[in-house]
Design a protein around this ligand. Structure first.
Ligand code: WT7
Length: 631
């Protein structure tokens, strides 16, 4: 049994031990898992050589730990509860035994398709149980899954397929999110016209709409599993064998393929799941994220299943058929632990309180948030109206790169402070660094958030580009992992994340690179130059603001805006659509030609009196023009 910290004193002593002797600490946690071969090497490498590794001489299969290991004691226990987008459609309860059979069977399908250890499989599926089955089936045979969120366009999907050189694509005919239909197979078809990498595309029938089938390449999921054995011996994998790739945006260039490996990820996601949420054996746990993001990987699929939990998967959105949907689902399944994003809380907070007060939320014991800083107002609403002041709120800070939660209260144990992620988890050493790269000691300070030493679930590299990995995370402050976030440490030593300090915007908890959006807008033939920045947005946290310079005089601004939006949707997807597009005659630049984003941010916020010194700009008059809206 994975140990669970039960009070603040214990947290402090466990934490100190974990920092003094990380290998000893994690070796004990690792003992709680099933290994095929247990080695002696717990960790090795360092952040100067960027060669950190964990459990590199041990072998295992993570799905044996998620599934097989539970069959004796929890075979009939529900592993996955599935709730449809449509409240009238019956939900599903899948037991550990059933899930084990489904995963084993689909693993055999993949083997039949010639998928081997180390091959990459792209998964572009809705939030249905088969998505979890697909993920775990890959892990069972040592194939590397690359899940792409359904909000990405055909072009973005094709780019990710190309980058990881996936040969197999798993998708569904379509899905509903609220009233919107997302035709996943059609989008997949378009993607497969943009890349020739895919030899096999398997489609799950979800909605039953008509789709195209290309002979020799495309097949139905139900045909593929028909008559296939539900027995599959999990492959023996090395602790450092890759488990998955997940693309995320950075401040420059194309999305990065974050690579996670097997054993460290397993140990850390299970340990953090159990401790942060203070999970208890019969809890019903619901994380509202999509499996297309890291939150879904670590805390819908792997963490909960590794702990033998019942994890709820929801296909829909918080506001369909009305703004009470989350609370209907909590009431229906008597959810005990509920984990969502601040953007969802703010959206629901803006609706009638009757959607909440008419529901029985008494089953709730722990609440969580993730994805962006939670503002105090939203924190209090969540605490008062959802938790009825009885449920601790765990504000969990982490990233795609960190694999698991690094800074967070432990529910009911760590004293809370609204909008603070509070204290680091065992094994995690946060440090604040100033712009010169010096560590800022003491409390009541602010700086760039770095992590001093490796933890088990840390990304090992960017797929196919280790040099970029070193550049991105280990070169700004050599010897440390740089998170890209700004952070305060208050008088009590509590951490408060203040937001990105790089050119990444956080829109509704989704990470969007400004460079990516700029590249997409610049593809419009009329666009000469563009600068994209984030600005405060009531619901989304940050909105996307695009300043656009055109070659010719803008005659029909509305039309041009529509065309630019269409470009962004085509090249990235609806999630990256700018909220505001302002046509301008020029951008504020330094004499060396660098765009002054700081000034653009202030202009977007309407803080015209806080622009600072603009006299050193190449052409100070552009600022006046932007202010007045003159093109
Ligand atoms: C960025 C990582 C981790 C899963 C979801 C996002 C921001 C995340 C918090 C939080 C303040 C947060 C950071 C981070 N972030 N959680 N609790 N408080 N900021 O994963 O897409 O990799 O984004 O999200 O800026 O760097 P991601």
């Amino acid at each position: 049994m994975i140990p669970k910290i039960s009070n603040l004193e214990e947290y402090k002593s466990v934490y100190n031990k974990s920092i003094k002797d990380p290998a000893g600490f994690w070796a004990e946690i690792a003992d709680c898992f099933q290994w095929k071969k247990k080695g002696n090497q717990i960790n090795s490498g360092n952040f100067n050589d960027v060669n950190h590794s964990w459990f590199e001489d041990s072998t295992l299969n993570i799905t044996e730990n998620c599934l097989d290991r539970h069959l004796d004691k929890r075979g009939e226990k529900t592993a996955i509860i599935w709730e449809s987008n449509d409240p009238k459609e019956e939900g599903k309860h899948i037991s550990y035994r059933e899930l084990h059979a489904m995963v084993s069977q689909f693993a055999n399908v993949l083997i039949n398709k010639g998928v081997q250890k180390g091959d990459r499989v792209c998964i572009y599926m809705p939030m249905v149980p088969e998505l979890a089955v697909a993920v775990l089936a890959c892990a069972r045979i040592g194939a590397i899954h690359s899940v792409v969120f359904g909000g990405f366009s055909a072009r973005a999907l094709a780019d990710r397929i190309d980058d990881a050189e996936c040969r197999v694509l798993l998708t569904a005919d379509s899905t509903y999110r609220g009233k919107k239909e997302i035709r996943l197979k059609d989008i997949s078809d378009d993607a497969m016209n943009l890349t020739d990498k895919i030899d096999n595309c398997i489609t799950l029938k979800r909605t039953g709409n008509d789709i195209n089938m290309k002979q020799g390449r495309d097949s139905w999921w139900h045909d593929e599993i028909d008559g296939v054995s539900t027995f599959n011996e999990a492959l023996e994998l090395n602790g450092e064998d890759p488990l998955f790739i997940l693309y995320t945006s950075g401040s420059t260039g194309k999305p990065k393929g974050i690579l996670h490996t097997t054993a460290g990820y397993m140990v850390y996601t299970a340990y953090s799941f159990k401790n942060v949420f203070q999970y208890e054996e019969n809890d019903i746990y619901w994380c509202t994220a999509d499996i297309g993001w890291i939150t879904g990987h670590s805390y819908i699929v792997y963490g909960p299943l590794l702990c033998g939990a019942t994890t709820l998967m929801f296909e829909g959105v918080p506001t369909f058929p009305d703004a009470g949907r989350f609370w209907d689902v909590v009431e229906k399944y008597k959810v005990n632990i509920f984990y969502t994003a601040p953007t969802a809380i703010r959206a629901l907070q803006a609706c009638d309180l009757g959607f909440v007060s008419s529901k029985d939320l008494s089953s709730l014991r722990v609440l969580g948030t993730v994805g962006e800083p939670i503002n105090e107002e939203a924190w209090h609403w969540y605490n008062d109206h959802i938790g009825k002041k009885q449920c601790p709120i765990v504000d969990t800070w982490w990233q795609t790169e960190t694999g698991g939660i690094l800074i967070s209260p432990l529910a009911g144990i760590t004293p809370l402070k609204p909008s603070y992620a509070t204290l680091p988890l065992p094994g995690v050493e946060p440090i604040l660094v100033n712009n010169e790269g010096e560590i800022i000691e003491g409390n009541g300070v602010e700086g760039n958030l770095c992590i001093k030493n490796s933890w088990p679930s840390q990304t090992r590299t960017l797929y196919g580009d280790h040099e970029r990995f070193i550049q991105t995370y280990f070169s700004t402050y050599p010897g440390y992992y740089f998170t890209g976030d700004g952070c305060k440490r208050d008088e009590d030593g509590y951490y408060r994340i203040t937001g990105r300090v790089d050119d990444v915007i956080n829109v509704s908890g989704h990470r969007i690179g400004t460079a990516e959006v700029e590249n997409a807008i610049a593809e419009h033939e009329g666009v000469c130059e563009t600068a994209v920045i984030g600005y405060p947005h009531d619901i989304k946290g940050q909105g996307i603001y695009a300043y656009v310079v055109c070659y010719e005089e803008v005659k029909n601004a509305d039309e041009l805006r529509k065309e630019i939006l269409a470009k962004v949707i085509e090249l990235i997807g609806p999630i990256a659509k700018p909220d505001k597009i302002q046509f301008v005659s020029g951008l504020p630049k330094t004499r060396s030609g660098k765009i002054m984003r700081r000034i653009l941010r202030k202009l977007a916020e309407g803080e015209f009196d806080k622009l600072g010194d603009v006299s050193t700009l190449l052409d100070p008059s552009v600022v006046e023009k932007i202010k007045s809206g003159v093109i």
